[in-house]
Structures are given as structure tokens and as C-alpha cells.
Design a protein around this ligand. Structure first.
Ligand code: PXP
Length: 243
């Protein structure tokens, strides 16, 4: 029997609400204990270069408050790698960043960025940090991630989330996850997942970890963050135990 799929909650959008007023509330680190109490296996936060949601002080506070594990999402830049070396989160997920995008719209260009990504992975590993690359579920990106020495890959589920009934979108994730595991990579997934669409992704046995943010914070506005996480966890569990 496969082990239980981990759920990491991305709390970036607590900061998005605060930044809408450039004020003081809500405080992102206050979400950490609530998420953990509701069953989150890890906490994820993304310090973007443009600081549009999380600020440096938020990341410091979150790194100190997490009692589960902290997954720091960041671009592959010297500034961010130096920050990770100092904070030593459990895991770093390297993501692409373009300033004009609304969110992380596609996976890393692993081939084009190899000269930067390879040395970054080595620096992070040397600091004792697990590494993950956020990539599209295509064969070249997955095998390149393995060649560069990543511990894990996070498959971008955005295409699936936009067209969940297109059999090609879930098939790409199933095939990508199987390829990743066959190469010895740990496989994660995330982006655009919700209680309504998480089932088929949660049912992919090779996927160990999901990173989910926007839906949880959106739902939390109406039912609170703990109930939002319970609902999501229940949807994942129902999918992974169904025949
Ligand atoms: N995984 C990664 C690498 C991301 O960049 C994001 C978005 O910040 C997520 C997961 C979560 O996506 P969403 O907020 O749509 O659940």
C-alpha cells in the first residue's frame, strides 16, 4: 500500500490580502499553527523577487514558527539561494518568475537554465536542504531534472486544472509521475488544485506531496482555514482510497 500523500499548504495569499492595503493584517505567520493543527504536513511560502505578497520578515517568521516542515519556493537567483543557505528550510522548490505574470504560469526551463540550476542545486544540497524543481510534466524536463541532481520534481498541474475533463491533461501527469519515480526522483504536484479537482491527482500513486494555496485561502474566507483544509484532506483521502 502506498504511504499517505502529504498535503503542504501554501500561505502566500494571506500576505496578498494584507498587501492589498499595504497594512498589517492578516499576518501570514499566524496561519502556520492553524494549518498544522488542521493536518497540514508542511507549510509552503514563496518569496518573490518583486515581494508582491510575502515580505522578507514574513519568511523569517514562518521559518521560525513551522513545527512541521517548511518548503520555501523561490527563483533561482543568488539573492534567494543565499537566503535559503541562511534560513535552511527543510526544502526549497525552485520556480520560474516573470514579473508580468499573475502567478507561476509554467514550469522551469530546465534545459535553458541548466547552467544556473545545476550549481544552485549543489549549493542547496550542501546546506542540507532537500531540492525540488517546479516543472511541466514533459519527458525532457523530467529527465533533465534528474540529470541536474534534483531530489524531487513538482509537476505543474495548471493545465490539468484548466481542463480537468481533457483526458490528456491527467495522462500527462500520470506518465510524468511514473517517469520521475523510475528515475529515482520524488514526485510532487501543485497549482490550481481544489477540493473539486484534486481527486484524479491525489489518486496518482507516485505523487507523494501536493502543494495547494489559492483554493484554501479562498475557501477560508467563508469557512475558516481549518475547515478548508479538512475538506481538502477529505477529498484527497477519498480519491486515494477509492479502487
Ligand atoms: N506549487 C508551486 C510551485 C507554486 O508556485 C504554486 C503557486 O504559488 C503552487 C504550488 C500553489 O498553487 P495554487 O495557489 O494555485 O494552489
Amino acid at each position: 500500500m502506498k504511504s499517505r500523500q502529504r498535503l503542504y499548504i501554501n500561505i502566500d495569499h494571506v500576505a496578498t490580502v494584507r498587501q492589498a492595503r499595504h497594512g498589517e493584517e492578516p499576518v501570514p505567520v499566524h496561519a502556520v499553527a492553524l494549518c498544522e493543527r488542521a493536518g497540514a504536513d508542511g507549510i509552503t511560502a514563496h518569496l518573490r523577487e518583486d515581494r508582491r505578497h510575502m515580505q522578507d520578515a514574513d519568511i523569517e517568521a514562518i521559518a521560525a514558527a513551522v513545527t512541521s516542515v517548511f518548503n520555501l519556493e523561490m527563483a533561482c537567483t543568488d539573492e534567494m539561494i543565499a537566503l535559503a543557505e541562511r534560513l535552511r528550510p527543510y526544502q526549497v522548490t525552485l520556480v520560474p518568475e516573470r514579473r508580468e505574470e499573475i502567478t507561476t504560469e509554467g514550469g522551469l526551463d530546465v534545459a535553458g537554465g541548466a547552467a544556473r540550476i545545476g550549481p544552485a542545486l549543489r549549493r542547496l544540497s550542501k546546506a542540507g536542504i532537500r531540492t525540488s524543481l517546479f516543472i511541466d510534466a514533459d519527458r525532457p524536463s523530467i529527465s533533465r531534472s534528474h540529470d541536474l541532481g534534483a531530489d524531487s520534481i513538482e509537476l505543474h498541474t495548471g493545465r490539468y486544472a484548466q481542463a480537468p475533463h481533457d483526458p490528456g491533461t491527467i495522462a500527462a501527469l500520470q506518465e510524468g509521475a511514473a517517469l520521475g519515480v523510475s528515475l529515482g526522483l520524488a514526485v510532487h504536484a501543485g497549482h490550481g488544485l481544489t477540493t473539486a479537482n484534486v481527486g484524479p491527482v491525489a489518486a496518482i500513486p507516485e505523487i507523494e506531496e501536493l502543494n495547494i494555496g489559492h483554493h484554501v485561502i479562498s475557501r477560508a474566507i467563508f469557512v475558516g482555514i481549518e475547515r478548508a483544509i479538512h475538506e481538502l484532506r477529505a477529498a484527497m483521502d477519498a480519491a486515494s482510497t477509492s479502487p
